[in-house]
Design a protein around this ligand. Sequence first.
Ligand SMILES: O=C(O)CCC(=O)C(=O)O
Length: 283
Amino acid sequence: MNEQQSFVQRFEADGAVCLRQAFDADWVELARQGIERNVAQPSPLFRNLARDGGGGFQSDMWSRRYIPEFERFCMESPAAELAAQALRTDRVRLAQDTWFAKRPGSSERTPWHHDTVVDGPFCSMWVALDPTPRDATLEFVRGSHLWGQALMPGAFFDDPEKREGADSFYAEFHGDASRADAHEFGKIPDIEANRDAYDIIGWDMEAGDCVLFDARTIHGAPGNHFNHYMRRFVTRWVTDESVIASHGQDMIDALAKSGLENDLRVGHPIRGPLFPEFNFPSA
Ligand SMILES: O=C(O)CCC(=O)C(=O)O
């Protein structure tokens, strides 16, 4: 088995695989510069995710449209081709670019969740832009992409007024708990309180390492208890077969409200200028 086949098999079996030094120092620096520019010029989707309201945990989405460093990273870095290999396809589309940054001492956890707004092939590439020790990095419940159920963090089911920080972010982009279709979701179990009951995997990462994961693999990340800034740039990828899930209308509305014109429709494939296509015809 060659190296490519083995990473694809790991991705399929475990739902997440770590690729060492898949992005060289120039790509890392470019994405860091993009984050710096993006923090100074936040999009309407920019979020302060820390519960205390401070800037300890920040994120923005789809900002490649006006952040040239992100545009270049998305269009020219190895990300698209790695995604095509993982999804065993000749053609992928960029569904989303996003980033997350935790300042030193920010204790906010990224809650355990998975990304369910797309049905069909859907993977994410999480690139570490700073050394990210195992105690701070994104971690996964091995094989949970095969559980076959859409799950949401507990906050999704709570009173929307009481949602805070990172939990509310995931609730907002995956639907409103008062909607009729909310019954489709189960609650994410309390993984943090029962870590020994789950097969949790994660890696000690250097800048330029990435984790490629099936968006349905349950994942979360500890706070940053270290004394350096920790940033990650994430691209999400779909194929021609991927469609917007039945509960995706909230996400479509959130995009439109933020001025991101799109032709997305529930149950339909992901198309249009916001979602560029990349072709890698087999040799
Ligand atoms: O990096 C993080 O803290 C969150 C990443 C994440 O949840 C994702 O990329 O889906």
